[in-house]
Design a protein around this ligand. Structure first.
Ligand SMILES: Cc1cc2nc3c(=O)[nH]c(=O)nc-3n(C[C@H](O)[C@H](O)[C@H](O)COP(=O)(O)OP(=O)(O)OC[C@H]3O[C@@H](n4cnc5c(N)ncnc54)[C@H](O)[C@@H]3O)c2cc1C
Length: 464
């Protein structure tokens, strides 16, 4: 995602680009994705929003259920301001990747090379010696290298380039693994429904008129395998709501995939080194709890174009452009990584029957009660959603918050509402400030070229 988005953005700015892909073909297996508004803004900035809308499914989150299918929170669809905040696009990863690939082929100036595994990078010096990339071909018998003015390292969470440039930063297992599948379905609820059980979240959303994407995200030892994944999934969700059992039962074995989930909670000291810029999961792999991985990878691509490619081509200093990129992207993306990790400890509490995942613990009941009594705005998930700030505020250590509620049972609900309303107001005003920064940068961009580092936005709106 980040690599192709960057390639398109660089080529749109007039650069010649070579994309090196380790796989023998440019293709994306994967399952589904929920792309939030910021991801669609980035696609619009690349001129690809219409193409992505055509292959995706616009929807909204419906709310949350417990594992029996009882609604804990429903989002009122009649409230336009909530809908505007919450709209997302269900996409098959292959189709999103296809749109980016077609754009890279169409834009001109992009060479796509497959079976090319990058094994080493010499970062070079901005304003001095060029960077250099070494890769081996599919057979591994042959090595090639080339110099470059700029290297965008978008080689995923297990990035070889990051390992070379920042060896101390290693991806960490997040404690959960995820089953995912896209299956034929034209009758289920097309909205994103999240279902919370002990140590587990199930979710489903429509990715086309005829397909639904479901995921089952659950705590599990790293690398542990099941003899039969589909049977294990059916057992895991065997006591859950009928509609969930139905989706898992309708899943063919060859559609089911499972991946352990890694992230970079410690963050990187910089997203740039010499003439190398890290993008996407290579820079900021996050847990999928906020559904921000693809969206921020796309944002990175736009920012590589607008903050590095455009100004450097116009004669700006490469070192300054790289520093501006780092300055704009690192705080935002590190915050998203931290915020994505924050809910993991308390939204997905451990089962009190380890491994069974069926009997809710008191922790689960307390969490469900909180969701039931919380204003809908506070339950929306996203990088700028109030619940993200709340999760960050209480984690760690979550125990303190629970003990507060336990200590004040009579006034807990009132306290809870007042406290969260405060968080919401703070958060909404901070989101508004971020938007004003973006708007200022947008005005600067249209009037006098790309934004300066002082006003550099996390993402430049499409209208620019
Ligand atoms: C279970 C799960 C659910 C998720 N759900 C969502 C969601 O709903 N919404 C969302 O926005 N995000 C989601 N994500 C995150 C999202 O999938 C990633 O953040 C996104 O794919 C990152 O894109 P990327 O381009 O940085 O990396 P990748 O998509 O991993 O691409 C890296 C590319 O680099 C290639 N490569 C790797 N090493 C080399 C090398 N040495 N040389 C050459 N090529 C190399 C790989 O083959 C690959 O093509 C989810 C992730 C997981 C695990």
């Amino acid at each position: 995602m980040a690599g192709l988005a960057s390639a398109v953005a660089l080529a749109q700015a007039g650069w010649r680009v070579t994309v090196l892909e380790r796989a023998p073909v440019f293709a994306e297996v994967g399952a589904g994705l929920a792309v939030t508004g910021n991801g669609m803004t980035a696609l619009a900035a690349l001129g690809l929003d219409a193409a992505v809308r055509a292959v995706g499914y616009e929807t909204v989150p419906a709310g949350y259920q417990d594992l029996s299918g009882r609604w804990l929170k429903r989002f009122p669809e009649t409230r336009p301001e909530l809908r505007a905040l919450a709209t997302l696009w269900g996409l098959h990863r292959r189709r999103l990747h296809g749109v980016l690939l077609d754009a890279a082929k169409a834009v001109g100036g992009v060479e796509l090379v497959t079976s090319a595994e990058v094994v080493a990078v010499r970062p070079g010096t901005p304003g001095g010696e060029p960077a250099s990339v070494t890769w081996q071909t599919g057979s591994r018998a042959h090595r090639a290298d080339a110099d470059a003015s700029l290297v965008v390292a978008a080689d995923g969470a297990r990035s070889a380039v990051r390992a070379q440039l920042f060896p101390a930063v290693q991806p960490r297992y997040g404690g959960s693994t995820s089953w995912r599948a896209v299956i034929p379905d034209s009758v289920s609820d097309s909205r994103l429904v999240g279902v919370w059980g002990p140590g587990t979240e199930f979710g489903a959303l429509r990715v086309s008129d005829a397909e639904i994407y479901w995921y089952g995200y659950f705590r599990h030892p790293e690398g542990a395998v099941f003899d039969d994944e589909l049977t294990a999934a059916r057992e895991r969700f065997g006591t859950w709501a009928p509609w969930i059992r139905g989706l898992v039962a309708a899943t063919p074995a060859d559609r089911l995939m499972r991946h352990d989930v890694y992230h970079l909670p410690q963050g990187l000291p910089a997203y740039v080194s010499g003439r190398v810029v890290l993008a996407g999961d290579a820079a900021h792999a996050a847990l999928p709890t906020l559904g921000q991985g693809a969206a921020t990878a796309l944002e990175d691509g736009v920012c590589v174009g607008r903050m590095i490619a455009v100004p450097v081509r116009a004669g700006a200093d490469m070192a300054a452009a790289l520093a501006a990129f780092d300055h704009a992207r690192r705080p935002r993306c590190q915050r998203i990584v931290r915020t994505s990790a924050a809910p993991a400890g308390w939204l997905w509490p451990e089962s009190n029957r380890s491994g069974q995942g069926s009997k809710p613990s008191n922790h689960c009941h307390a969490r469900n009660w909180m969701i039931c009594t919380t204003l809908p705005e506070l339950c929306l998930r996203g990088p700028d959603a109030p619940i993200s700030a709340f999760c960050l505020a209480i984690s760690p250590p979550p125990g303190q918050v629970w003990s507060l509620f336990v200590a004040t049972p009579g006034s807990a609900q009132g306290f809870h509402r007042v406290g969260l309303a405060g968080v919401m107001l703070t958060k909404l005003s901070s989101a508004a400030r971020e938007f004003r920064i973006d708007a200022t940068a947008a005005a600067t961009t249209s009037a006098s070229g790309p934004p300066s580092s002082a006003t550099a936005p996390g993402i430049v709106p499409a209208s620019t």
